[in-house]
Design a protein around this ligand. Structure first.
Ligand SMILES: *Cc1c(COP(=O)(O)O)cnc(C)c1O
Length: 346
């Protein structure tokens, strides 16, 4: 980290000068009983009002769980929306570039392509470890963002803390740590670094451990300055009323969350052990997530076989460092047992 980090150097000029959309309700601070400001339908159904643009109640419950202040959180329509926001805030189309470390989550590339932002792809080292020196060498004067996915998708491993810290300290732009799988890993979130690093953005999601992929809710955590930019750029009502309600319900029941999490981790161990026994399995990569990347003798053939039996897994065999690999999500006990039974007939 350079001393006196200056974010204005990284923000697109049109965004730095943006005057965000403002509703009468967000400007009004007193107590009101009659709302005639937003052209809503007045008949109460529980859904006739616009959602809270800042989802303050959700953030209030998230605060003790994530140990991050509400002012340092932004909620997105899935983390995929947060990814897109980061491109739109920091990357000038046709000029700026970002760095990813292959193999990794596909949406960074898709979002970059949609925003017409170049991607420099720096391969991970064997064992899916960041090549910090190669990343730093790839930086030029138009490099704005580094995408760090840990635990990484599709490899499943959590990067060594030493490498992650070096990247955050030495990369001269925004470092995004995507912690979609953090709850399956055995370490606390890097959100504890937010005080130390004003260039850091942490992303998490309700789609995996929280079991709510259907409500589309992602979390961004960063300095207040960055969160303010995200709030200014995001569509004001990006997280709808139903999603906010469902998130509140789920967050109030942390016990169920923890119980399912424990079960998925237990199932991961079981499945890992079962898979290792097949002689056509060359490698089960270590996983800190809710999936296993396994290398087999003939990935397309096994993929076809499983599809024929009504079991869909992810073929990652054409990804860098993933030759011959399929990715299996950990299912319920029954699903995993069925999978193994079917694999025994392969
Ligand atoms: C699944 C996943 C997400 C989650 O995206 P949502 O839009 O929140 O569902 C984010 N990052 C990675 C690496 C993922 O694998």
């Amino acid at each position: 980290m350079q001393p006196a980090f200056d974010i204005s150097r990284l923000v697109r000029p049109n965004i730095a000068g943006l005057k965000p959309y403002s509703s009468a309700r967000s400007e009004f601070t007193g107590q009101a009983e009659i709302f005639l400001d937003a052209n809503e339908n007045p008949f109460e159904t529980g859904l006739n009002r616009y959602p809270d643009p800042l989802a303050k109640q959700v953030k209030k419950i998230l605060n003790p769980i994530k140990r991050v202040a509400a002012e340092r959180m932004v909620l997105g329509n899935g983390s995929d929306e947060i990814i897109d926001l980061i491109f739109r805030i920091f990357c000038e189309p046709g000029q700026d570039n970002v760095i990813t470390m292959l193999p990794t989550y596909g949406m960074y590339r898709v979002s970059a392509d949609i925003n017409n932002v170049a991607v420099k792809e720096v391969p991970l080292l064997q064992g899916f470890i960041p090549n910090v020196d190669a990343v730093l060498r790839a930086v030029d004067e138009r490099t704005k963002v580094l995408w760090v996915c840990t635990p990484n998708n599709p490899s499943g491993n959590d990067f060594p803390e030493y490498e992650v810290r070096r990247l955050v300290e030495e990369f001269p732009g925004i470092v995004v740590i995507d912690e979609a799988y953090i709850d399956f890993a055995d370490r606390p979130s890097y959100s504890t670094w937010l005080d130390e690093f004003p260039n850091l953005i942490i992303m998490q999601t309700f789609s995996k451990a929280w079991g709510m992929a259907g409500i589309r809710l992602g979390i961004g955590m960063a300095s207040e300055q960055i969160v303010d930019l995200m709030n200014a750029v995001k569509p004001p009502y990006n997280v709808n009323v139903l999603s906010q309600q469902k998130a509140l319900e789920a967050l109030k029941d942390e016990a169920t969350f923890k119980q399912k999490l424990t079960e998925i981790k237990r199932q991961r161990l079981w499945l890992e052990d079962q898979l290792r026994r097949f002689d056509w399995v060359a490698k089960v990569h270590p996983s800190d997530a809710n999936f296993l990347l396994i290398q087999v003798t003939d990935a397309p053939d096994l993929y076809q076989f499983l599809t024929g039996k009504g079991i869909i897994v992810r073929d990652r065999s054409r990804q860098y460092l993933c030759e011959g690999c399929l990715r299996f999500t950990v299912g319920t006990e029954q699903e995993n047992q069925q999978l193994v039974q079917v694999l025994k007939t392969y």
